[in-house]
Design a protein around this ligand. Structure first.
Ligand code: GDP
Ligand code: FE
Ligand code: FE
Length: 201
């Protein structure tokens, strides 16, 4: 991992403000611990983008906004799921599954993000999806391997990410599903779809 501070200037109007302004807006809606995580995700995501040739601005914006909704109230999120005509099955879950899709809506409404890969990367960062493009895979994986993460398997995921985004994505998906099964929690069907598409040989 590079220790250098990130210097990236947005020029493509994927978002309605500068990177510094976006960082500040994100900082305002979360704990300092979560903000540190978000900055770690951006760092990891930019390294992957550099390695695999993804658009740095798209990746930076998606990373900074991926957990934007995480500290919103359940009531606010429930209202948005209904008003935005999202999958009503979501209502049987909670913050863990809601905050991605809700943050995608907020990225559009509050920051005028319209680029599909950015919005889908935010939307799908927790449970993945069957057809993740380069930016989506990078955010899904960066969330998993960012420097502040420490759990059994994270080093293997980091090593795999050096050589194959697909293999690392499959490994992260397998570990996530195993972890959910070990905890005996309800698995969102889209997480199973991701497993079937990415892990099953
Ligand atoms: P974070 O927002 O940076 O903490 O990370 P994620 O958005 O990737 O995950 C948030 C939480 O959702 C984690 O604790 C995951 O284990 C959990 N999670 C992921 N998929 C599922 C699922 O299908 N069902 C449930 N109940 N939890 C899940
Ligand atoms: Fe998240
Ligand atoms: Fe996250």
């Amino acid at each position: 991992m590079k220790a250098n501070p990130i210097t990236l200037t947005y020029t493509k109007n994927y978002v309605d403000r500068s990177r510094e302004e976006l960082l500040e807006a994100v900082r305002q809606v979360m704990s300092s611990k979560r903000f540190t995580h978000v900055r770690g995700v951006e760092q990891a995501a930019l390294e992957l983008a550099d390695r695999y040739g993804a658009d740095l601005e798209m990746v930076s914006i998606a990373a900074l906004l991926h957990d934007y909704a995480k500290e919103q109230s359940d009531e606010e999120m429930r209202d948005m799921i209904i008003s935005e005509n999202m999958d009503l099955e979501l209502l049987q879950y909670g913050n863990n599954i809601w905050h991605g899709p809700v943050a995608a809506v907020m990225a559009k409404e509050r920051f005028n993000v319209e680029q599909t890969s950015i919005l889908d990367a935010i939307r799908h960062h927790t449970v993945g999806s069957v057809n993740m493009d380069l930016v989506e895979q990078i955010i899904y994986l960066a969330d998993f391997i960012e420097p502040n993460r420490s759990f059994k398997g994270v080093d293997k995921a980091r090593a795999l990410a050096e050589n194959s985004l697909e293999e690392a994505t499959a490994f992260a998906t397998l570990l996530t599903i195993k972890h959910l099964i070990d905890k005996k929690v309800k698995i969102y069907p889209k997480a199973i779809e991701t497993y079937n598409a990415w892990v099953v040989q």
